[in-house]
Ligand binder design. Structure first.
Ligand code: GDP
Length: 325
């Protein structure tokens, strides 16, 4: 494969080349991995355009796909190119993906300025996230202005998406006051904006109240150095009626401009690169445990430990020695 030619095509905005490249980074084959590394290096050296990377999380049914479609269409109507990727923790378990599905965003998937890519299926969430992070870089190199990364609200995957995006949005549904407790503190802490969706019809007043509750909760969290006055922010939107979306986009741009000005935007990306370096090394070590031979050796030593033939300490030493050889 001619990596330089592929990089050229991606940079020129060729869709099929982008799709091919994402397939390449998702592949588990060692030779593909080598090519993927070379491609990512080649594109990084070119110092191409920068996208705004936006993470979006929410529990199933909160309206993520409806929101992404409406929000995405609003952006493309302004001439912006939008890519949608997904980090689906369930794909790590079941092999199937419920996020980033084109059938969930039919209008947007037909929009020539938009590109939608479902979550890669990998055996581990770490693998899913790492591939998605590389896909984000590819979409950026392909000249997308906004890269949206969707995930579902179950903890770990949110942290990973926050580590690959510049802004992190939490989408919530209107709810009674006591449900506020249900949102984990950790997620509130990484959210740059909380969007209370479904602020329409009968749900409108509940949404307004929920939004005020979250605004209060956000104020109680320690103010973060990466935030200007008024952030993190809670707002109401309606993905169905397409209201509040312009305002949300304005706020996202204002926050981004402020962080750029303060040097925090680039600093955050540098921190993220550091994070992914560490993650990749850990994933690589774990993969070595799964390699042919290693797995059998693990099983053999585990058996020896269980039967009392070896101590756990001696067996783990032997295994680590073997991996280091
Ligand atoms: P996801 O599972 O988070 O992707 O949620 P969906 O986008 O599939 O939406 C779940 C349900 O909520 C669907 O029946 C949507 O029509 C509905 N929904 C999504 N956004 C809104 C909204 O802004 N207002 C109202 N009333 N319903 C919405």
């Amino acid at each position: 494969m001619d990596i330089a030619a592929l990089a050229d095509k991606i940079a020129s905005g060729d869709r099929r080349s982008l799709a091919r490249a994402i397939t390449l980074v998702e592949s588990g084959r060692a030779d593909h991995r080598g090519q993927a590394v070379e491609l990512l290096e080649t594109l990084a050296r070119r110092d191409g355009p920068q996208a705004l990377r936006v993470g979006l999380s929410g529990t199933p049914g909160v309206g993520k796909s409806t929101f992404i479609e409406a929000f995405g269409m609003m952006l493309t109507a302004r001439g912006l190119r939008v890519a949608v990727l997904a980090v689906d923790p369930s794909s790590a378990r079941s092999g199937g993906s419920i996020l980033g599905d084109k059938t969930r965003m039919e209008r947007l998937s037909r929009d020539p300025l938009a590109y939608i890519r479902p979550s890669p299926s990998q055996s581990q969430l770490g693998g899913v996230a790492r591939r998605s992070r590389e896909a984000v870089a590819l979409c950026e190199a392909a000249g997308f202005d906004v890269v949206l990364v969707e995930t579902v609200g179950v903890g770990q995957s949110e942290t990973m998406v926050a580590e690959m995006t510049d802004l992190f949005l939490l989408l919530l549904a209107p709810a009674g006051g006591d449900e506020l407790q249900g949102v984990k503190r950790g997620i509130m802490e990484i959210a740059d904006m909380i969007l209370v969706n479904k602020a329409d019809g009968e749900l409108k007043s509940t949404a307004t109240r929920t939004c005020a509750d979250y605004a209060g909760a956000l104020r109680l969290l320690r103010k973060r150095p990466q935030d200007p006055e008024g952030f993190p922010k809670a707002m109401t939107v309606s993905a169905v009626e397409e209201t509040g979306l312009d305002k949300a986009w304005e706020e996202m741009q204002a926050l981004t401009a402020w962080r750029r000005e303060a040097g925090l935007f680039e600093a955050r990306r540098a921190e993220q690169a550091r994070y992914w370096f560490g993650e990749d090394v850990k994933q690589g070590l774990l993969a070595r445990l799964e390699a042919p031979g290693a797995r059998e050796e693990m099983a053999r030593l585990a058996e020896a430990v269980a039967s009392g033939e070896m101590t756990a300490t001696a067996a783990s030493e032997e295994m680590l020695d073997r991996l280091n050889r």
